[in-house]
Design a binder for this molecule. Structure first.
Ligand code: GLA
Length: 744
C-alpha cells in the first residue's frame, strides 16, 4: 500500500495490490480525477488521462483557450455554478447571496493509519500499518473556506474511505447548501446500477437497471436512512456476475437523510455523488467553525459481486463494528414481541423464559410494553421506568429472576420518541421536533424528541443509564419507529434550522457513544421498525441490527440475500417465529425457518411453550446446532450461490478461514412434481482438500464440489418411493462439509 505524490506532474497515486486511485492538481488549482480501478503500476505521468477537448456550447475558464471547461473534466470535488453544469459536490452560500466558490489546492499530507471523525461513525484502524491517509487541503480564495479531502487506502482489499472537512477561515459566516462526502467521476457509463430498496417488512430487495442520460438517485428525507433505500449502491459492468467481472460498491456510513446519485452526461461520462441529502440540509459555518461530512466507502473489484461483498463484510465486521461483541459469537435469544405483543405479565414472561432455557437459549429479551403507562402504542414512550402493575419486582427484580434461570436478560428501548400521553412529554412539551403554528403529525401516536438539543439527550441518557446501572442487563434493543416530520427545533435560530436533521442524528450517535462507553459489555441491537435504519452508521455502535420485522423464512431469503451485498452475517438479526407467520400468514416448516435464521445472529420470536413436544425437541437441536456452528456462520467467508430473485431455489454458504469446514444453506421455494436434477457449484473450498458431507457420509475433493457441484436433486413430489420422506413447499437443507485426512 502506498500513496505517492509526483511533484513534477502534480499527480497523486494511491494504491495497493488490488486498486489504484489517481488524481491530479489541475491548472486552475482544482483536483481532477484520472483513474479508479484495478491496480496499475505507478509512474510519473498519467496526465493524458485528463481528457479536455473543445466542444460547442461550452463555457471556458481561460481567455483564448477553448480546451479547459469544467463541464468536460472529471473532477474530485466539483463546485456549483461556474463552467460545470452537472450537479456539484459542494455549494457555499455567502453573505452577499453568491453561491460561487473556487476550491484550490493548498497543500497535502500523508499519514499512517486513519484519523477519527469526531462525533461520526467511521471505519478505523487498529495499527498504523493497516492504512494510509491522504489529506488534501483546498481553499476558496474569496471566502477563505477550507475543504480538506480525506482519502484512506487500506493495506488489504479494494476499499477506499473518503470524507470532507470544512473550516471557515474567513471573516464572515457562510452556509453549506450541500457538502457531499464524495464525488466519483468515471470515464464511461457502461454500468448496471444496483440498489437495495423496499419498504417496511420488505427491506433490502435488489433492483437493477442500466444507466441512462440524466440523474438516477436513491435517498431518504425521512430523518433516518430508511426502509425504502439503503445507503448503498453497486455499479457493475453488464457482464459482471457473482463470480467474475468489475464492480464498484459505494456505501455511506450514515444513518440520517442521504442521497446517492449517478449522473450520465451528454458525452456518457458518469458522475457519482454520495452524502447527506442536500434537499434537507443547510449548515451555517461561522468563522472558525468546522463541519465534517459522513464517510463514504468505495470498493472496487474485478472478481465479481461476491468478492465485492466480502470486502465490505470484512471491513465492516472488523473495522467499523467495535467493542466487546465485535468478534464474539452472538447469544441465542428469545424475544417476547411476537409471543405476547403488549399483553404480558411477569409470570408469563418467566414461563416463556423458562422454556427457552430448557431449549438451550441464552438470552431472554423483553420487548416493548414494560415501562410507564405502555399497555398499547398510545402511551408511555419517554417514561423509562418499569410499570410496576405488570412487573411488580421492577426491571431489577425481573432481570434477577431471569439470571437465576441461567439466562441473560435484555431490554427494549425507543429512546428517541415520546407519546404525548407520557409524564416526560407533559413535563417537556417543547422537547419534540415540531414547527411553531403548524400541525404536529404523529406516527404510531408518537413524536420525535429533539435530539439536536443536548439537554434532551442528557435526560434520556440519565433514564437509560439508571436502569442499566441498577439491573443486570446484558443486551439492549434500540428501536426507532417513526420518520421525522415538521422538522424544526425550538432552540436553534432561523438560519440554523437546516441543520436539524443532521444535528438530530449526531444526537443519536452521541447517546449511543455514551451508553456503549459506560456499558461496554452490553450487546446493542439497532432496530427501526425492522430495517428502517439498518445502515453502516449504526454498525459502529450496535454490532447487530434487526434486519426486518418480516420474520417469514421465505421473505427473509430475499431480504438477507440483498443485505449480504454489503453487510456482514454477524450484523443481521434473524429469528425463528411461529406459523402461520404474523406478516404474511404463511406456513413454513420449522427446520426451514431455522435454516434461514442460522445465517444471522439467530434467535426465537415466539413462546416456545406453545410448540408441540416434537417441535420443542427440534428447537433444542437447532439451538445446539447454532452453538456449534455460529462462529463459522457469523464470521466465516460468505458466498451467495443461487439468487431467490431469479429462481425457485436459493443457496448460500460460509467457509471457515482455514477452509476446513463449510456450511451450505439450500432453499427451495415451491415444490415441483418430478422436478429437475439440481446441483450447486460451491465456492471458496480448497481444491485439494477432501471434504466429507456429513449428510450423505460421502467424500469429495474441493475441486469436485466447486466445478462438478454438490448434488441437491431429490425425489420431490408425485410418485415418491415409500422410503423417502416427502418434501413440501418451502423445503430447505443445511449441508456441512468437513475436511478429512483420509478420503473415504
Ligand atoms: C418495532 C420493532 C419490533 C418491535 C416493535 C415493538 O416494530 O421492529 O421488533 O420491537 O417495534 O413496538
Amino acid at each position: 500500500m502506498r500513496i505517492v505524490y509526483h511533484e513534477t506532474t502534480r499527480i497523486f497515486h494511491l494504491y495497493n495490490h488490488t486498486v489504484s486511485y489517481i488524481m491530479t492538481i489541475m491548472r486552475n488549482g482544482h483536483l481532477g480525477q484520472l483513474y479508479f480501478g484495478k491496480h496499475i503500476q505507478d509512474k510519473e505521468d498519467f496526465s493524458y488521462l485528463l481528457e479536455t477537448c473543445e466542444r460547442p456550447m461550452t463555457s471556458y475558464i481561460y481567455e483564448n483557450d477553448k480546451s479547459f471547461s469544467l463541464e468536460h473534466i472529471r473532477q474530485e470535488y466539483p463546485v456549483f455554478g461556474t463552467t460545470d453544469y452537472r450537479q456539484p459536490a459542494v455549494d457555499v452560500r455567502q453573505k452577499n447571496g453568491s453561491r460561487i466558490s473556487d476550491f484550490q489546492y493548498q497543500s497535502h499530507k500523508i499519514e499512517e493509519g486513519k484519523p477519527k471523525l469526531p462525533g461520526l461513525p467511521a471505519t478505523y484502524t487498529e495499527s498504523e500499518k493497516e492504512a494510509l491517509t491522504l489529506t488534501i487541503l483546498l481553499e476558496d480564495p474569496v471566502t477563505r473556506v477550507k475543504a480538506e479531502l480525506l482519502y484512506t487506502i487500506f493495506a488489504e482489499g479494494g476499499a477506499l474511505a473518503r470524507s470532507v472537512r470544512f473550516c471557515n477561515g474567513g471573516e464572515t459566516p457562510v452556509w453549506l447548501g450541500r457538502a457531499m462526502s464524495l464525488c466519483l467521476d468515471l470515464p464511461d457509463h457502461e454500468y448496471v446500477w444496483q440498489q437495495l430498496s423496499g419498504c417496511w417488512a420488505r427491506e433490502c430487495h435488489i433492483h437493477s437497471r442500466s444507466l441512462e442520460p440524466g440523474i438516477q438517485a436513491i435517498g431518504s428525507m425521512r430523518g433516518h436512512s430508511s426502509h425504502e433505500h439503503n445507503p448503498f449502491l453497486v455499479l457493475r459492468r453488464p457482464t459482471t456476475d457473482e463470480r467474475q467481472g468489475e464492480a464498484i460498491g459505494l456505501s455511506l456510513i450514515y444513518s440520517g437523510n442521504f442521497r446517492i446519485q449517478a449522473e450520465v452526461d451528454a458525452h456518457n461520462t458518469l458522475r457519482v455523488l454520495a452524502g447527506i441529502d442536500p434537499e434537507t440540509f443547510e449548515w451555517k459555518l461561522d468563522c472558525g467553525e468546522v463541519f465534517q461530512t459522513p464517510e463514504a466507502v468505495l470498493v472496487y473489484t474485478d472478481q465479481g459481486l461476491n468478492h465485492m461483498s466480502q470486502t465490505f463484510q470484512r471491513l465492516y465486521q472488523r473495522r467499523l463494528a467495535r467493542g466487546y461483541w465485535r468478534d464474539r459469537a452472538r447469544p441465542i435469544l428469545n424475544n417476547n414481541w411476537e409471543a405476547t405483543y403488549f399483553n404480558f405479565t411477569e409470570d408469563r414472561l418467566i414461563e416463556i423464559a423458562s422454556k427457552a432455557k430448557e431449549c438451550g437459549v441464552e438470552l431472554f429479551v423483553l420487548d416493548d410494553g414494560w415501562f410507564g403507562a405502555r399497555s398499547s402504542d398510545h402511551a408511555g414512550l419517554g417514561d423509562w421506568k418499569a410499570n410496576l402493575e405488570r412487573l411488580p419486582h421492577g426491571i431489577e427484580g425481573l432481570a434477577d429472576q431471569i439470571e437465576e434461570l441461567g439466562l441473560k436478560f435484555g431490554l427494549w428501548f425507543e429512546p428517541e420518541m415520546v407519546n404525548k400521553d407520557s409524564d416526560f412529554y407533559r413535563q417537556h412539551p417543547d422537547w419534540i421536533l415540531s414547527t411553531p403554528e403548524r400541525m404536529e403529525s404523529h406516527g404510531r401516536y408518537q413524536h420525535v424528541l429533539d435530539f439536536s438539543r443536548k439537554e434532551v439527550v442528557d435526560a434520556i441518557y440519565e433514564q437509560m443509564a439508571q436502569i442499566l446501572r441498577n439491573a443486570k442487563i446484558s443486551y439492549i434493543k434500540w428501536d426507532m419507529n417513526r420518520s421525522i416530520t415538521e422538522c424544526y427545533s425550538r432552540i436553534w435560530p432561523a438560519d440554523r434550522q437546516g441543520e436539524i436533521y443532521h444535528r438530530y442524528i449526531l444526537g443519536v450517535y452521541d447517546l449511543y457513544e455514551r451508553l456503549t462507553s459506560e456499558f461496554p459489555h452490553v450487546l446493542f441491537e439497532s432496530c427501526a421498525s425492522g430495517g428502517g435504519r439498518f445502515d453502516p452508521g449504526m454498525l459502529y455502535y450496535a454490532p447487530q441490527g434487526w434486519l426486518s420485522d418480516d420474520s417469514d423464512a421465505i421473505e427473509r431469503l430475499k431480504i438477507q440475500y440483498g443485505a449480504s451485498m454489503c453487510y456482514p452475517i454477524s450484523s443481521m438479526g434473524t429469528h425463528v417465529s411461529v406459523t402461520p407467520n404474523h406478516q404474511v400468514f404463511r406456513n413454513t416448516p420449522l427446520h426451514t425457518r431455522a435454516n434461514v435464521a442460522y445465517f444471522g445472529t439467530f434467535g426465537y420470536e415466539l413462546d416456545l411453550n406453545k410448540l408441540t413436544q416434537e417441535e420443542t425437541r427440534e428447537v433444542a437441536e437447532q439451538v445446539a446446532f447454532m452453538k456449534k456452528y455460529r462462529k463459522l456462520l457469523q464470521f466465516g467467508r460468505f458466498y451467495r450461490l443461487k439468487s431467490p430473485y431469479q429462481e425457485n431455489e436459493a443457496a448460500w454458504m460460509v467457509v471457515s478461514e482455514d477452509q476446513k469446514t463449510a456450511l451450505i444453506g439450500w432453499y427451495r421455494i415451491l415444490n415441483s412434481v418430478n422436478g429437475s436434477y439440481t446441483r450447486l457449484r460451491l465456492e471458496g473450498l480448497n481444491p485439494a482438500y477432501c471434504y466429507q458431507n456429513t449428510k450423505s457420509g460421502q467424500c469429495h475433493y474441493g475441486d469436485e464440489l466447486m466445478y462438478a457441484g454438490l448434488i441437491t436433486s431429490d425425489m420431490t413430489a408425485g410418485q415418491k418411493p415409500s422410503c423417502v420422506k416427502p418434501c413440501t413447499d418451502f423445503e430447505s437443507r443445511i449441508y456441512i462439509l468437513d475436511a478429512v485426512e483420509n478420503c473415504c
